[in-house]
Every structure is written in C-alpha cells, then in structure tokens.
Design a protein around this ligand. Structure first.
Ligand SMILES: NC(=O)c1ccc[n+]([C@@H]2O[C@H](COP(=O)([O-])OP(=O)(O)OC[C@H]3O[C@@H](n4cnc5c(N)ncnc54)[C@H](O)[C@@H]3O)[C@@H](O)[C@H]2O)c1
Length: 280
C-alpha cells in the first residue's frame, strides 16, 4: 500500500469511530506521517460492557463484536510500534460528558489536540421511508451529525488557544446525491457539509481549517457486510468499476490536515471514483 506522508511530527490527532474501517486506517496513516494518535470508539475490546453496548447499537455492531472485528487495542499497539504515542478510549460521540472527559484526559496526557477526524457513524440499514425505524432515524442524527458537533465543540477552545487546528468531517455521496433507502443517513451527511462550511468560516481567524471528505463506496468491513447484489450495483456506478480502498480516504485526510493544506478550508472533497459522474 502507498500512503501519503506529509510531515505531522509533533501533532496530536484524535479520531472517532476508529476501532475498524476507515477510522482505523486513518489512525495508522496519520501515525506513519509522524502524529501521536488517540483512537476512540464506542466499541473497544477493553470495555467490560462491550457485548451489551453492541447489542444496544444494532445488528452490525453485534456482528462486528461477535466476529472480533474490533481492533482498538491492536491499532494503538501498531501505532506505538511506529514510535508514536497512542491511547485508546471508549468514547460515545453522542454522550457529551464522556466526550468532554476524554478530551480533558487527552489534554492532560498529551498537552494538545491538533487534528480531529469526525469519522464515527452508523451505516447499517437501507430501507424505504415508509419502513424507516424511528429509533434508527433518531440514533443516526445523534451519532452522525450531533456527534460531529459535540466533538468539534469540545475541541474548539484548545484549537483556538493553539491558533492551529484541523477538523475533518466524514460526509458521503449519500449526502450530496441522496441515497435510495438512506433517508436518515443521507440527511446526516448533508448536515455534516453545512457544519463543515460554518465551522470553516468561524475557524479561519484562528488557523483552524475544517474540511469534509465525501467518500463514494470504500472497501471496509462494513461495505463487505452489505448485500452482494447492492454492492455490485454500486460498483457498476463508479467510473473505475471498483470500490475505493481505505487508504484512498486516509491519503486525502493526510493532505488536508498537513501544513501544506493551510489555505484549504470549507471544502467537501469527493473521494468517490467517479460514482457522482454521469456514467452509462
Ligand atoms: N465505507 C464506505 O463506503 C463509506 C462511504 C461513505 C461514507 N463513509 C463514512 O466514513 C466513515 C467510516 O465508515 P466505515 O465504512 O469505516 O464504517 P464502520 O461502520 O466500519 O465504522 C464506524 C465506526 O463508528 C463507530 N461508532 C458507531 N457509533 C458510535 C458512537 N455513538 N460513538 C463512537 N463511535 C461510534 C463504530 O463502532 C465503528 O467502529 C463513516 O462516517 C461513514 O459514514 C463510508
């Protein structure tokens, strides 16, 4: 695998939802570039309530836990093996007290937070509006949208004081194009783009840049769990006729959080293999 590696020595990055999938690869990629990385997720191996939490979260979380696809510990170990500092925290992005206490703890231990990647999300159901489960609608808004707000608000005073910060929000083509059967998910991802632009405006005078990544379909554990038929149809819509790989996302993030991207803010960068182009 080839990773972008603009220097991030001396920076501290915190990533939400980093126990697997894109968050995990983002964590490893930023560490390779020199950052110390805090790995957070609602599901972490060390949590004695892991089983209960995954049952409460929904079917995908249950399968991921049962099949041991929760890699928080091994991710921090891999980061440490690269010579960087790393810690894992259980952090539910919807729980403001928990978010604040994790951020306080990180500041105490690491002295700063330079990079926040709002990656945590729920992407576990596709259903038409008449069958949309109201609890899942509420949950998706809370995790995907309010979660990004909670973490951005918590990190803001530190970045403001440092006069340097980088926030990356994970959006989706479902947020820019809509997604059949994805009312809740696409709504949250469209909302994340509004949050990105507003925070970009407010952050500029403190050298805080805020950008969004707009992935198409990326080959993660979650993608592999989706219906094969649906998967093939989505792949057929890309210009490349294949899904992206997690490092495609991580490389884009590595650039946007570097000093070299200091004049880029408020953008939504598609990393989507042309799924948003008119193919026929
Ligand atoms: N994989 C794709 O094709 C794709 C496409 C478009 C956008 N995205 C976005 O990229 C991001 C990562 O996607 P992924 O494929 O790695 O998904 P994933 O489901 O594998 O990872 C999401 C992570 O978020 C965690 N999480 C869920 N609820 C949480 C909460 N309340 N608090 C903290 N953590 C919580 C999960 O435990 C999981 O580890 C998401 O924001 C997703 O919407 C992914």
């Amino acid at each position: 695998m080839i990773f972008v590696s603009l220097p991030l020595e001396g920076k501290v990055a915190l990533i939400t939802g980093a126990s697997r999938g894109l968050g995990r690869i983002d964590a490893l990629t930023l560490a390779r570039a020199g950052a110390d990385v805090i790995v957070t997720d609602i599901l972490i191996e060390e949590d004695e309530h892991l089983q209960e939490t995954s049952e409460r979260l929904g079917p995908m979380a249950q399968v991921m836990t049962q099949t041991k696809q929760v890699y928080t510990k091994s991710t921090t170990e891999q980061i440490k093996a690269l010579g960087r500092r790393s810690s894992a925290y259980r952090m539910d992005v919807t729980n403001r007290d928990e978010v604040q206490s994790v951020f306080n703890e990180v500041i105490k231990e690491y002295g700063r937070i330079d990079i926040l990647v709002n990656n945590a999300a729920t992407l576990d159901h596709t259903v038409k509006i008449e069958h949309q489960n109201d609890d899942f609608w509420d949950r998706d808004l809370k995790v995907n949208l309010t979660g990004a707000y909670n973490c951005s608000k918590a990190v803001w005073p530190y970045m403001k004081d440092q006069k340097w910060g980088r926030i990356i929000n994970m959006a989706s083509v479902a947020g820019t194009m809509g997604g059949y059967g994805q009312a809740s998910y696409s709504t949250t991802k469209a909302g994340v783009l509004g949050l990105t632009k507003t925070l970009a405006l407010e952050g500029a005078k403190y050298n805080i840049t805020v950008n969004a990544i707009i992935p198409g379909i990326i080959n993660t554990e979650a993608f592999q769990m989706s219906n094969p038929d649906l998967r093939d149809r989505m792949i057929a819509r890309t210009a490349f006729k294949r899904p992206g790989e997690p490092e495609d996302i991580a490389n884009a993030i590595s650039f946007l959080v570097s000093d070299q991207a200091k004049y880029i803010t408020g953008v939504g960068l598609p990393v989507a293999g042309g799924i948003d182009l008119f193919t026929f």
